[in-house]
Design a protein around this ligand. Structure first.
Ligand SMILES: Cc1cc2nc3c(=O)[nH]c(=O)nc-3n(C[C@H](O)[C@H](O)[C@H](O)COP(=O)(O)OP(=O)(O)OC[C@H]3O[C@@H](n4cnc5c(N)ncnc54)[C@H](O)[C@@H]3O)c2cc1C
Ligand code: SF4
Length: 328
């Protein structure tokens, strides 16, 4: 590992003042960043530790929650308010990593964790456009079982690995940012970029911008939500596919629905056209199959991940059936 400077921010302004340099990175618990530094994939000259900033979970005036970016994944999953009103978020977080990692990992770091594409981590042996733009992508014709089928490009087919982000996208979470240019709020679903021909640019964050908190708008009244993750092992494995869904049924019709997909795209993937097709429909297999068809209509596969559209299709239908059954 290359030598680097370390300092701990005492406040948001302090973090922003220290983090302005391009060779500086904010440090959460380091469960992803330090691994990448050990492999030589990330080589920051300086780290600014932001774990001392706000990690509180507070009620907002509009009935939602404001979660400080330094909150641990465990604290969010175990919050009584999250468990009661946003159960899909609790389920998503608890399906990820291990208890020890969740105890350390922060909300800000989880959102900005980098892909688990093995070629991305293989500095010496593999070509990777995300690491070195323009050199090629060894995943496209290589081992791509875990790779993406939606929103991918000819230059990169990596997925975003977070479970938590999939649930946050389904709840229309807002990410609060602060940086040298001031403060702003970005919907979580718009924070990560699609790879296109610049897969090295992963988010809309400006240099030196800090995630300060994540806002959950009020959960839809009388809605049910859940998260299902399909993976190779029952624990300690990233998603092959996952689905977070929120469903409200009124008088036998779907009044509101939100579906976000994980394990299949470079970002948590909202399926707005499928959601629109479901509103007003009678909940049941016919409507859910049609919604899954729409959600996956743009899927492209490689030989290693050709099983994903069918697996994802079945998972979407099963999750919606579970929620509809529970709503009856
Ligand atoms: C063995 C293993 C298994 C795992 N399994 C899963 C899994 O199944 N599902 C899953 O979702 N995750 C999984 N993870 C990933 C884990 O969730 C992430 O490593 C963790 O959430 C990252 O949080 P952190 O605080 O350690 O971030 P760090 O590693 O400290 O930082 C990650 C990135 O975020 C940036 N950053 C951190 N905080 C901020 C901030 N406030 N503002 C701006 N930038 C910031 C850092 O600069 C860095 O680029 C696994 C990790 C490991 C090691
Ligand atoms: S899929 Fe993306 S991250 Fe993986 S090797 Fe290709 S360019 Fe790199």
């Amino acid at each position: 590992m290359r030598p680097f400077a370390y300092s701990k921010a005492t406040s948001e302004p302090d973090a922003i003042a220290r983090g302005g340099e391009t060779a500086t990175k904010f440090l959460g618990a380091g469960t992803n960043l330090v691994d990448l530094m050990r492999e030589g994939v990330e080589v920051p000259a300086a780290l600014v530790d932001v774990t001392g900033l706000s990690g509180s979970i507070e009620e907002t005036d509009n009935g939602g929650l404001m979660i400080g970016a330094a909150a641990s994944n465990t604290a969010v999953a175990e919050s009584a308010a999250v468990r009661e009103r946003y159960p899909a978020l609790t389920r998503a977080i608890l399906s990820g990593a291990s208890a020890q990692i969740r105890n350390m990992a922060t909300v800000g770091g989880n959102i900005l964790q980098r892909t688990r594409c093995t070629y991305f981590y293989d500095l010496e042996g593999s070509r990777c456009n995300k690491r070195r733009p323009g050199e090629g992508c060894d995943a496209i014709d290589g081992f791509n079982r875990g790779h993406g089928i939606l929103g991918v490009s000819q230059d990169c087919i990596a997925t975003h690995p977070s479970d938590m982000c999939v649930a946050l996208a389904a709840f229309d979470a807002l990410v609060h940012l602060a940086g040298p240019g001031g403060r702003r709020i970005v919907p979580l679903a718009d924070l990560h970029r699609l790879p296109g021909d610049t897969p090295d640019v992963e988010t809309v964050l400006a240099p030196g911008e800090l995630i300060t908190s994540v806002e959950l708008p009020a959960a839809p009244v009388d809605a049910r939500s859940t998260y299902r993750k399909v993976r190779d092992r029952a624990s300690y494995a990233f998603a092959l596919v996952s689905v977070a869904a929120v469903l409200r049924v009124t008088d036998g019709r779907i009044a509101e629905v939100r579906i976000a997909l994980g394990g299949v795209a470079p970002k948590p993937w909202r399926t707005r056209e499928a959601e629109d097709a479901l509103v007003g429909a009678t909940p049941g297999e016919t409507a859910f199959v049609r919604a899954a068809d729409i959600a996956l209509s743009g899927a492209t596969t490689r030989p290693g991940n050709a099983f994903k559209p069918e697996l994802m299709h079945r998972t979407i239908v099963a999750v919606l059936q579970d929620l509809a059954g529970a709503s009856e």
